[in-house]
Design a protein around this ligand. Sequence first.
Ligand SMILES: Cc1ncc(COP(=O)(O)O)c(C=O)c1O
Length: 363
Amino acid sequence: MEDLIRQDILNIEAYKPGKPIEEVERELGLKDVVKLASNENPLGPSPAALAAIRKNLKSLNRYPEGTCFYLKKKLAAKLGVKENNLLFGNGSDELIDIILKTIKGPDAEIITSDTTFVEYKICGAINGFDVTAVPLKDFTFDLEAIRSKITKRTKAVFIANPNNPTGTFVNAKQVADFLDGMPRQVLVVFDEAYFEFVTEKDFPEMIPLIEKKNVIVLRTFSKAYGLAGLRIGYMAASEKFIGYAQRVRQPFNVNSLAQAAATAALNDKKFLKRTRECIAKEKKLLYKAFLKLGVWFKDSSANFIFVRLEKDAGKVFQLLLKKGVIIREMSQYGLTNYARITVGTRQENIKLIKGLDEVLNSK
Ligand SMILES: Cc1ncc(COP(=O)(O)O)c(C=O)c1O
């Protein structure tokens, strides 16, 4: 078989998703397993989105609206951009792939960080790019170091802002310096999957730059809007780039329930407020508990916290699993003592804290 498969695919490690909660419960004979591993919204989906889904179920015999017509209208007005500045995808994952397919040329490279969302690397490799991964500095994207690595072969830079898994962000001044004099052939992609959780005043405003610089902004309905299972995200970019990217996407890449749910969720200000308040409050509770437990953590601008455990994180992960709590350990980045923990509901966080206490303080 191997002689049939593309050489660069042979070398790619597939994305490793966590096991479904139900399977973990069945295997371990547990009930009420808590999943704090995928940065999902602990409050569930927006109720308005659920109502819209129910209403649209009877039209499932129809193909979806190919351009996300109503959603695009609504979002363009909300963001203050033209409808032609927006493109929707089957999650922002798909948009990463569409961007890379749109810009691929021979002997091309993309740059990102060595400890960030792995899809840039996987998708870059699948699409035939060399991927340069620049180390973080103080757990934050090192824009100066990335800038120094840009060559004529560089087609795009992917920056998760805030960064997954560390929860840090690059600020407005750092981004302005980075973009100043950036060669025109380099697309700079700001992946703002956790944008809605950010409260810091010096977080950069990227949307106003999409026509002025070679900047693309990615956002998603998977996190703050609670729609991860439906798969819908969007990119904001120049009309020109969107025009080309449109040619690359599949004709019906966003399903009709996702479109209806996302349109309703945009209106559900109450749910978004409740989500933001919950994450802010629960993050404080977790910080306090981590301090008490002697667990180092990085202040996070997102809905997860990057922590260092004084034991092998893989072992801590296994022990916590037996207690019905799933976290994400970071050995895939070569960080054996680190983990990423999604902020849950009060009840979930208390279960985590109790479990961590038992695991870390056992001999
Ligand atoms: C930084 C970042 N970008 C993109 C995604 C994927 O989002 P989506 O569910 O929209 O594909 C994630 C999901 O964890 C993420 O952390």
